[in-house]
Each structure stands twice: as C-alpha cells, then as structure tokens.
Design a binder for this molecule. Structure first.
Ligand code: UDP
Ligand code: MG
Length: 330
C-alpha cells in the first residue's frame, strides 16, 4: 500500500507491555474496521525487555496491518511518539497508550470530528479521580506554572491521546528539538483543534512506567522547553536583594553616625552571606539546566536508533525533513 492509500495510522508507544498487546489489538481492530477503510497499527517498541516485540510479531503474522519499529534501547515515550509520527503513513495519525487506559472506542469520535475538518482532535479526561491526591496536586501546580510562564494554555486534562491530521504531523516532524514535550508542541503548532471527553480506564496489565522522579523531570523539561522565566527570575530577585542591601547600608551608616560603632552583627552577617550564597548557587544551577539543554541540542544526535522493524514499517524509507532530525539505523 502506498502512503496516501492509508487513511488512519494508530501509533502506540510500548515499553514492556507484552500482556497488553493481545487485548489491545482485539479491541482496537473492530473499532478501526468500523471507522476506516484502510488503517494500520504502528507500535513503537521503546526498548522493551519482556517479549513485547514477539507479541507484536505474532499479531503481525495474523494481520499485516499491524507493524512495529523497535528501538535499540529505551528512549522514552516522547521520543517513541516522535518516531511513530516519522513512520506513520496515514492521512491522520492517532496516538494512544498500550495499556487500554485510552478506550479505543473514543477513536470513532476522533474520526468524526476529523472528517468535519478539525486538524487536531484531543481526548480530554473528565476526571483525575484515578490518581493520588498528591499527583493531582502536582499536576494542577504544573499546569498553572506552565500557563503563567509561557503564556500558552494547555487544554485541561488533554494528553497524548489524540488524532493529528497529516498537515500537523508534518509540522511536528519538522520540529527538531530533542527535549521533547509533546503536549507543549501540540499547543505551539496551533491549528483548528477540538476536545472529545473520555473516561480514563484503569491500567489493564503491568505497572505504570512513570516514577515520581521521572514525572518531575518531565515537568521540568516541559517548562524549560517553552519558557525562559526560570532564567530571568534571578535578575529580578537579584535586583530586589540589591535594593534591600542598599537600604540596609544606609540604615547602618546613619546608625553609626548617630550612635557610634559596635561589634555586634555577626549573626546577621552570616545569615545574609548564606542567603546570598544560596541564591547565587540556585541561579547558577538554573543557568546550568539551560546550558545542559543547549549542549544536548547542539550535539545533533539522532533522536532514536531503530534496531528492528516488523511488517509494513519495514517498507518505509521516508526521507525525513530537510537536514534536521534524523533517525539512526542500527
Ligand atoms: N512508555 C514508553 N516508554 C517509556 C515509558 C512508557 O513507550 O519509557 C509507554 C507505555 O508502554 C504506555 C505509555 O507509554 O503505552 C504510557 O505509559 P504508562 O501507562 O506507564 O503511563 P501512565 O498511564 O501511568 O501515565
Ligand atoms: Mg497508562
């Protein structure tokens, strides 16, 4: 099948999801059959170590529309999505998780809105009840920070579960950055978008791949990729501290002129030295975070390394966007 003949590609990043591949294909197949004449499922195996690829190969033997590309190691979900967009051939691409938390039936509403002319259709979770209060609190804090730091509002409760028209896919593929924060990129590219409500189901098999630490790094990546406020805030803080110290100096000069000098003041000296030292280290650290990211970008390494291909994906030799991002072949 040539690229233009495929109507709908479903890109599914998978990392150690062997138990989910079967049930997912069973549920997804009939839905796709209903909404599209020509579809493909493209798994992106993000360096699984548990036979996920074998499970996909078994599915591929029964239905050649199911294929996969497999990374040489774990590169992370964001990179897996980027690879999926590179290799998907459909006129629209649906991105979803493998653990059946994203109900495949929602895709029917996606396609409906897409045919109405929307370029991007995202699923919007109706509640975060399934998550712990702490995680929910941090999520809310993150969205508020992101909003005020970047002047770019992310739609509430929208994640990677979405349909993207070919036009927007090409734009996303042309964004060369390595520290990828897809949610921000979706918002950044614009286009006519609409949300479709959905209920998050509990995870079918296996465990979540996100530790708290990983989520924190992810949130940090998101903010630093779209905002320089964390860099600039030190200018203001430094200015405030300078003003305060000038006020202090004037106070001490006046006091010394009026009442003479004494040796007291050791505690205040230590406190102010430590405070300033802390502020300086923090601001240096913040600058370091950005320099680290600049370093990662200028190295121009490929985003991912494909080690193996299954099914249709094997035929794809798509030329990537001029000069920029390139996938490496192992
Ligand atoms: N995933 C991935 N690479 C990773 C971590 C996760 O491809 O390094 C995939 C995972 O297999 C799943 C999706 O990303 O299909 C969402 O992961 P998970 O369900 O663990 O996240 P949660 O739903 O808990 O946010
Ligand atoms: Mg999940």
């Amino acid at each position: 099948m040539s690229p233009s003949e495929i109507d709908l590609s479903v890109v599914i990043p998978v990392y150690n999801e062997s138990a989910n591949i079967g049930p997912l294909c069973e549920r997804l197949g009939p839905v796709l059959q209903r909404v599209s004449a020509a579809w493909e499922i493209l798994f992106v195996d993000d360096g699984s170590e548990d036979g996920t690829l074998a499970a996909i190969a078994a599915r591929n033997a029964g239905d050649s529309r199911i294929g996969a590309i497999s990374f040489s190691r774990n590169f992370g979900k964001e990179i897996a999505i980027a690879a999926g967009l590179d290799h998907a051939r459909g006129r629209a691409v649906v991105i979803m998780d493998a653990d059946l938390q994203h109900p495949p039936e929602t895709i029917a509403s996606f396609v409906e809105r897409w045919r109405e002319g929307y370029v991007m259709v995202y699923a919007q979770r109706t509640s975060r009840e399934d998550e712990s209060p702490v995680k929910r609190g941090f999520a809310r804090l993150f969205y508020r920070l992101f909003d005020s730091f970047t002047n770019m509002a992310l739609p509430e409760g929208a994640g990677d579960f979405r349909l993207i028209d070919r036009r927007a896919v090409e734009v996303l593929r042309a964004l060369p950055e390595r520290a990828r924060f897809s949610k921000g990129l979706y918002a950044w590219i614009g286009f006519k978008s609409v949300g479709v409500p959905y209920e998050v189901a509990p995870r079918e098999h296996g465990t979540t791949k996100w530790s708290f630490r990983k989520l924190f790094r992810f949130a940090f990546d998101g903010i630093t990729a779209f905002s320089t406020v964390p860099l600039r805030v030190w200018t203001y803080l430094g200015g405030l501290i300078s003003l305060f110290s000038i006020a202090c100096a004037i106070f001490f000069i006046v006091r010394t002129l009026l009442f003479g000098t004494d040796v007291a003041g050791y505690p205040s000296l230590i406190v102010s030295i430590m405070f300033l030292g802390g502020v300086q280290l923090m601001s240096l650290g913040m600058i370091g975070e950005y320099i680290g990211r600049i370093f990662a970008e200028v190295k121009r390494r490929p985003l991912y390394v494909v080690a193996e291909r299954i099914g249709n994906a094997a035929e794809v030799t798509q030329e990537l966007v001029p000069g920029e991002r390139r996938a490496a072949r192992a």
